[in-house]
Write a protein that binds this ligand. Structure first.
Ligand SMILES: [Zn+2]
Length: 385
């Protein structure tokens, strides 16, 4: 048990004075405003804010910072650079990037991160002697920094999706793949949970995992957190529709993946039915796409996901979407890590500006408030391409 006394703290009711915080076994057990300081309380000066959660991260992409702005809206060119970085990644470099990225997150106020981890193997897809070497590096870096990690160990089996079906893995994609659902599950099971590490899972996307494999993976994951890229690009939607006759969200519904444990990442190009499916099943959504260095990549971020967010997922989005994109947006802009709150406001304004709904711009500055997720009246306007 440890206790703190804050001069000021930001509580759900707003700013409060003289707040006593009691922590037991890693959790708050008491938050008492207008409380007197006790002899053993650690005094916290200034204003204490709740920790932020970053729901979507790839630490290796920190090496992309400042290297992708020139590609503009060209998603394919962006991916080529991203693959180039992934191809060069060594365990030593991965550790250095993970330490630096997690440390910057911690300094910016993040206390928990979900790492979408698919860089599993060595060059050519050859497994390391320790098959969880790369995941272990993430765990080590997070522990050193003191940030809690949800390791979203990612299933990745195919090189893409066209109207003809799934493509074979190519080039660096071989580093991402375990070859089968069984091999992925067996390897990921070797990662040990600790106080600072929670085991989660990800199905990379409808592009990278055939549907029958994804259905099996959903069964194996059980009630652990499961993340999936959903409708990240219009091309992905088109391929999914042509080959499977479904939107990516319908594809997930078909394999019984939808539910509170599922987080749809990006969810940029959803249909109204998709939104209903996600809302009715109480899915989480990490909305928006501002990967490191890709702020201007309209090919990915165009669309209206944040403004059409289902009301029932509103509050979870409010945390997960903001934090994910705040971090990456701040990094991309070359801002110091401490500017995350400013980046949250920046992203919130983007959301607000992308809708025709009459919503208060003041709401955008209240970034911790669900008010920015108020369901717009008229349909959300799409950004010009
Ligand atoms: Zn991502």
């Amino acid at each position: 048990m440890s206790s703190f006394w804050a001069e000021h703290a930001w509580l759900p009711s707003g700013l409060a004075r003289s707040v006593r915080l009691v922590v037991d076994d890693g959790r708050f057990v008491a938050v008492e405003p207008r409380a007197a300081r006790q002899p053993n309380d650690v005094k916290l000066r200034g204003v204490v804010f709740p920790g932020l959660a970053n729901a979507h991260s790839h630490v290796y992409q920190r090496a992309l910072r400042g290297r992708t702005q020139s590609v503009g809206d060209n998603g394919i060119a962006w991916r080529v650079r991203m693959y180039d970085v992934a191809d060069r990644m060594t365990p030593e470099l991965y550790l250095a990037l993970a330490r630096a990225t997690f440390a910057e997150m911690a300094l910016a106020g993040f206390t928990v991160v979900g790492e979408y981890h698919y860089l599993h193997h060595g060059p050519g897809g050859k497994p390391y002697a320790d098959r969880n070497l790369m995941g272990g590096i993430l765990a080590q870096a997070a522990a050193e920094v003191g940030i809690r990690l949800t390791l979203l160990d990612t299933l990745y089996l195919s090189g893409g999706l066209t109207s003809e079906g799934h493509l074979p893995l190519a080039g660096v994609q071989q580093r991402f793949s375990d070859g089968s659902v069984e091999a992925w599950a067996a390897r990921a099971a070797g990662i040990e949970q600790t106080d600072l590490l929670r085991r989660g899972a990800a199905i990379h996307s409808v592009r990278s995992v055939p549907k029958e494999d994804a259905a099996y993976a959903v069964q194996l994951v059980g009630d652990r957190p499961l993340h999936v890229y959903v409708s990240e690009q219009t091309a992905e939607n088109l391929a999914c529709q042509m080959y499977y006759g479904l939107t990516p969200t319908e594809w997930l519904a078909d394999i019984d993946a939808l539910g509170p444990e599922l987080t749809a990442v990006h969810a940029t190009h959803l249909t109204e039915r998709d939104i209903s499916l996600l809302a009715d099943t109480e899915c989480q959504v990490v909305v928006g796409h501002v990967l490191l260095g890709s702020c201007s990549m309209r090919g990915y971020r165009s669309g209206s996901a944040p403004t059409s967010t289902p009301s029932s997922t509103r509050s979870s989005n409010c945390v997960s979407w903001k934090c994910t994109n705040v971090w990456t947006a701040a990094s991309a802009a070359g801002s110091p890590p401490g500017s995350s709150f400013g980046a949250v406001r920046c992203m919130a304004i983007r959301v607000w500006a992308g809708t025709t709904a009459a919503r208060s711009p003041q709401g955008c500055s209240r970034t911790s408030s669900p008010s920015i997720w108020s369901r717009p009246g008229p349909p959300a306007a799409r950004r010009p391409k």
